[in-house]
Design a protein around this ligand. Structure first.
Ligand code: BG6
Ligand code: MG
Length: 218
C-alpha cells in the first residue's frame, strides 16, 4: 500500500484560533500603549509566543525587563486560554473533517506540526486529539518556522521520509519551513500571500478527496 505522511499546522488550518490570538495580543499591546490591528496580527501567524511579543515591543519601540516580559507573555496566554476553554468541535474549519476522515480511512499517517504550546489542549477541545498518529508542537521544537525542525520531527514520528510528506500551512513562514524540509507544501489562504507553496487553496472546501488520492499516488 502506498503511504504518504500528512502533516497539518493547527492555527488557521484546522481551527480559526487567529481571532483569539488577535484579541489577546491586542489587549496586551494596548495595555502597554502599543497599537495593534489585524495587519500586525497577520505578521504573527506561525510565529512563536516569545517572538510575537518581541515583535510587538519592537513595533511600539518599547523594552521590558526579563520579568516583565515573562509576566506579559503569561498574561496574554491566560486570556488566550479563556477563549480556548470555550471551544468545541463547531470551530473546526469547514471540510477539514472530510479530508481527515479520508486520510484515516485510507490509512495514511497523520501528524500535527504546530508552533503552539497549546496545541494538545486545543485538539482535545475540538475532539481531534485521537485522530493524529503523532503530535509535534511548540513543546517539542527549539527552532521556529521557517526552520524545518517541526516538520522533520513530524516525519520522523510518522517514520516517513521528508520527500514523502505533505504539509498544510496557512502562514508564509510555515510554507517556507515545509519547502525547507523538502516536503510538498499546500498553502491554505490567499495565493498572493502564499505564492511559495506548491499548491494553494482558499480553504479545505476547495480540496477534493480525488486531489488527496493523487498526492498519495504521486
Ligand atoms: C502558531 C500561531 O500556530 O502558534 C501563532 O500561528 C502563535 O500566532 C504560535 O503565536 C504560538 O502559540 P501559543 O499557543 O504557544 O502561544
Ligand atoms: Mg498557522
Amino acid at each position: 500500500m502506498i503511504k504518504k505522511g500528512f502533516i497539518f499546522d493547527l492555527d488557521g488550518v484546522i481551527v480559526d484560533t487567529a481571532k483569539y490570538h488577535f484579541l489577546a495580543w491586542r489587549n496586551l499591546a494596548n495595555s502597554l500603549g502599543i497599537d495593534f490591528t489585524e495587519k500586525e496580527n497577520e505578521q504573527l501567524k506561525g510565529v512563536s509566543r516569545v517572538k510575537s511579543l518581541e515583535k510587538i515591543l519592537q513595533w511600539g519601540n518599547k523594552t521590558l525587563s526579563e520579568d516583565e516580559f515573562m509576566e506579559n507573555m503569561a498574561r496574554k496566554n491566560q486570556e488566550y486560554l479563556s477563549y480556548i476553554n470555550k471551544m468545541d468541535d463547531s470551530e473546526i474549519l469547514p471540510d477539514v473533517p472530510k479530508i481527515l476522515n479520508y486520510l484515516v480511512e485510507s490509512k495514511q499517517p497523520i501528524s500535527l506540526g504546530s508552533a503552539s504550546k497549546n496545541a494538545r489542549a486545543i485538539l482535545k477541545k475540538v475532539n481531534l486529539f485521537d485522530t493524529f498518529d503523532a503530535i509535534v508542537d511548540g513543546t517539542n521544537v527549539s527552532k521556529a518556522k521557517p526552520d524545518p525542525e517541526v516538520f522533520l520531527n513530524a516525519a520522523k514520528e510518522l517514520k516517513m521520509n521528508p520527500e514523502d510528506c505533505i504539509v498544510f500551512e496557512d502562514s508564509v513562514a510555515g510554507v517556507q519551513a515545509a519547502n525547507n524540509a523538502n516536503m510538498i507544501s499546500i498553502g491554505i489562504g490567499e495565493a498572493s500571500v502564499l505564492h511559495e507553496a506548491d499548491y494553494v487553496f482558499k480553504d479545505f472546501t476547495e480540496i477534493s478527496t480525488e486531489f488527496i488520492q493523487q498526492l498519495i499516488e504521486k
